[in-house]
Design a protein around this ligand. Structure first.
Ligand code: MG
Length: 311
């Protein structure tokens, strides 16, 4: 059995921002969304470096190659920021899905891997149900997990754009990894926060269910977010995973379908490489100096901030 991607993608600057700082890649076997941050041209440069660096570094179809590729992208962003003062302080989110080789008790096969840093998202649509695979690395998400904010409060919280992890911030980066078993008719969505900030999960699910063509579905998602306000750059990459049966595994697709349960077979392989900030006693969140110029930007300014990691 081998897995293949069919994909569609759309991106738009939105209604308020002067430039589109999102970048994406959609290929068979690897798809990426990156949402850049930083004044001047830093954000768009950071997201573009992230995508190109990960694509170049993902040389082997393994989880290690994927995570090492993200670490490599982080290093590239930092190196270029050092070399060009106008790019100082740039950063980006990154969410990627890839087909990887996986050894299951001596049986070689393929799985899907999603890696995530920041508040872009990976979703899975299966059997008509939309599930958010990734966890946002954002201040409000941390507060929701602690029970200090409700999800509804988080959606309108004035600090909802503060991310707690990003590429480009520190020499090491903590990468969330999710391994997902192949399943029939799985559709994945990678998107920047400009999408889910404007339309809710029900509308995302409806558009994904109603539009089998991934390119059309991606464009309709972006259009809906623009109608919802388009306050940020909007990017949607849709990946439809298909399975080709080979002669050695007759009936495996049927076996998989029979074995399917209502539970989403998502496994978070590893996550903790560093300590989360202590929100209860952490410092007040202030815009860092590198992005002070954004504050005066008003309309269209990037109001996102990241927690000032200094490790
Ligand atoms: Mg964004």
């Amino acid at each position: 059995m081998s897995l293949n991607f069919a994909f569609g993608a759309a991106t738009d600057v939105g209604q308020l921002r002067p430039v589109n700082q999102d970048s994406f890649l959609a290929t068979d076997g690897l798809a990426i969304v990156a949402d850049g941050m930083g004044g001047h041209r830093g954000g768009e440069v950071a997201s573009a470096i992230a995508v190109t660096s990960l694509r170049a570094a993902f040389a082997e179809s393994t989880l290690e190659s994927l995570t090492e590729g993200v670490a490599h992208a982080n290093a590239e962003i930092r190196a270029q920021a050092v070399n060009d003062p106008s790019l100082h302080g740039m950063g980006t989110t990154l969410c990627a899905i890839a087909i990887i080789d996986h050894d299951d008790n001596g049986v070689a096969g393929e799985k899907l891997a999603i890696v995530n840093v920041g508040d872009s998202r990976g979703y899975l649509l299966h059997d008509g149900t939309l599930t958010q695979v990734t966890e946002d690395h954002s201040l409000v998400e941390a507060l929701v997990r602690e029970g200090r904010l409700t999800p509804a409060e988080a959606e309108t919280h004035p600090q909802r754009n503060i991310v707690t992890r990003a590429l480009g911030v520190a020499d090491t980066v903590e990468i969330d990894q999710f391994l997902i078993d192949p399943m029939p008719a799985a559709r994945f969505l990678l998107c920047s926060d400009g999408l889910f900030g404007e339309i809710d999960n029900d509308e995302i699910a409806m558009l994904l269910v109603q539009n089998p063509d991934p390119t059309i579905a991606a464009q309709l998602l972006v259009d809906a977010a623009n109608r919802g306000g388009g306050r940020d750059n909007i990017t949607a990459v849709i990946v439809d995973v298909s399975q080709e049966l080979d002669g050695s595994q007759p009936g495996s697709l049927r076996a998989m379908r029979d074995a399917a349960t209502d539970e989403v077979p998502v496994v978070q392989a590893t996550a903790q490489l560093g300590a989360e900030p202590n929100w209860a006693t952490g410092p007040e969140v202030e815009p860092d100096a590198a992005h002070a110029d954004d504050e005066a930007g008003g309309r269209g300014a990037d109001r996102r901030r990241w927690w000032p990691f200094t490790s």
